[in-house]
Design a protein. Structure first.
Length: 244
């Protein structure tokens, strides 16, 4: 009988992983602090272990810490969310136009979206945050511009926090995300940069305005925008209306 595969995880990694999942699930409101003593008591680990786990999460950008201050959950309000998504749209749309001009379809983006398709019905919605992030980051990387990648990298923490809240709150259907990603790649292969940029704008705007509403803001009409791909006739169900 074949030996089952097991994953050896350090205590630090185990604590960090649980904290990460709870942050992605929006379990802690913005501004919540994490001290070594609290994490140590919650998980029953030594304070140096708690400190290392906190620093790991800070290093990933999911917690922020000023000099000699407690690590805290970043605070994002409705206008912060709009600014993050608008900035993403500016960068990603232009990248798509340039990729389409060369009919460049990044294999890493294909692989990331294929992973979303494989796992979306077998894992919690939060499970698609990482491959979703990789899909978009792969498009940026394919441009081959270190400075553009650096600019996008400065947004990654806030982008991931927004994605995690969208999925943690069930605001956007994984099937729709996967289908629109597929269509964006098809448009790149066809050399249709404006079509790809337009679909990306719909894709991001829908998530943006639904999250704005979930955070107490007033959603714009983009929250209920018609899907940029046809759903319901094939393997993808029609999307549900945005929450009110």
């Amino acid at each position: 009988m074949a030996n089952p595969r097991v994953e050896a995880v350090s205590i630090v990694d185990a604590v960090a992983r649980d904290l990460r999942e709870r942050l992605f699930a929006a379990e802690f409101p913005g501004g919540t602090g994490f001290t070594e003593a609290e994490v140590s008591g919650t998980y029953g680990v030594a304070r140096p272990t708690a400190k290392a786990a906190i620093e790991k999460i800070v290093g990933e950008g999911l917690l922020v810490r000023g000099a000699h201050r407690t690590a805290r959950v970043p605070e994002l309000g409705p206008e912060d969310v709009r600014d993050v998504y608008h900035t993403r749209a500016v960068l990603e749309s232009e990248v798509l136009r340039r990729l389409a001009a060369g009919r460049i379809v990044p294999e890493d983006a294909r692989a990331a979206n294929a992973e979303i398709g494989r796992i979306m019905n077998s894992v919690p919605a939060l499970g698609i945050v990482e491959p979703d992030m990789r899909f978009h980051a792969s498009l940026i990387a394919a441009l081959g511009s270190p400075r553009t990648s650096k600019m996008y990298g400065s947004l990654v923490r806030e982008v991931k926090m927004c994605m995690a809240q969208v999925q943690g709150r069930g605001l956007l259907e994984p099937e729709l995300i996967c289908a629109e990603h597929d269509r964006i790649l098809e448009l790149l292969a066809a050399g249709d940069g404006e079509g790809a940029a337009g679909l990306l704008n719909d894709h991001l705007s829908r998530a943006r305005e639904r999250l704005v509403a979930a955070l107490g803001g007033e959603a714009g009409p983009e929250a209920a925008a018609a899907p940029g791909v046809e759903l319901g006739a094939g393997p993808y169900p029609a999307p549900t209306p945005p929450p009110r």
